[in-house]
Write a new protein. Structure first.
Length: 150
C-alpha cells in the first residue's frame, strides 16, 4: 500500500507504520506480564466494556457501553459489543473457556482508534479497531472474523 499510485492510500499506509509497530512492541512487553494486565470481570462472567477512542492515539478512550447496557447509536460500538460477545459465547460453549485467560478477564474494546487507521489489534490488554481510510478499508468492527481474531 505504501507503493500505491493513489496518493491518499500511500499516505495512510505510511502514517500507519509507526503506530502499528509501537503497538506490537507494547503487546510483546505486556504479553510477558499478561496476568498483571488482565482486568477481571465482575463475578468471573462475560463482561464487555466498549470505549470510543475519539480517533486519538491513547487507549482506551471514553467508556460508551458496558455489559448489559442498551444498544448504542454508534454502529461500531454495537458491532464491537455484539461480536466480542459472540466470540466469548463460542469459546465458552465449545471449549468451556471463561475468557482469554480462563479466569473471567473483562473484554475491553476501543473503536475509532486514530484517524484513518487501517488496522485492528490486541495490545495485550484490550482490542482496538480503526475505522479504515475509506478507500481501501472500512471500519474493522464490521467483521466478526476480525473481532474474533483480536
Amino acid at each position: 500500500m505504501a507503493d500505491s499510485p493513489n496518493k491518499k492510500v500511500r499516505q495512510f499506509a505510511i502514517d500507519n507504520i509507526g503506530p502499528s509497530s509501537g503497538m506490537r512492541a507494547v503487546r510483546k512487553k505486556v504479553s510477558s506480564m499478561q496476568f498483571f494486565a488482565a482486568i477481571p470481570s465482575p463475578a468471573g462472567r462475560k463482561y464487555r466494556l466498549i470505549y470510543d477512542g475519539g480517533r486519538l492515539p491513547d487507549l482506551p478512550g471514553k467508556l460508551v457501553r458496558s455489559e448489559g447496557d442498551p444498544k448504542h447509536k454508534d454502529v461500531s460500538v454495537n458491532e464491537a459489543y455484539n461480536f466480542s460477545g459472540y466470540t466469548y459465547d463460542f469459546y465458552k460453549k465449545l471449549f468451556d473457556r471463561n475468557s482469554l485467560d480462563n479466569n473471567g478477564m473483562s473484554l475491553l474494546s476501543t473503536v475509532h482508534t486514530r484517524i484513518g487507521f487501517n488496522n485492528a489489534f490486541w495490545n495485550g490488554e484490550q482490542m482496538a479497531y480503526g475505522d479504515g481510510d475509506g478507500i481501501v478499508f472500512g471500519r474493522f468492527t464490521r467483521s466478526l472474523d476480525v473481532v474474533g481474531h483480536e
